[in-house]
Design a binder for this molecule. Sequence first.
Ligand SMILES: [Zn+2]
Length: 90
Amino acid sequence: MGESLNEKFVCPSCKETGFLEVIIDGAVLSHLIDLSDDGYFEHKEGSGVEVLEGFTSRFQCSICGYTLTDDNGKTIDEGEGAVEWITKHS
Ligand SMILES: [Zn+2]
């Protein structure tokens, strides 16, 4: 088994290695915990989140928010573009 491409991502701005997919127009199921009587609640961290629908808006660095763009400066919004970007920059 090869290394996942996302593990090859290195942020050009802050050199971190994690990146995120930002989803818009999505429906997300999340377990909530600690519902208090003033209506404030927290989401369970880690597991328990399920994306039902939505579109990829962009890919960005998980630390500084650096957004992946193609050679024309267009924001990358699909997996193929992210693969290309990582291949080119690793
Ligand atoms: Zn970064």
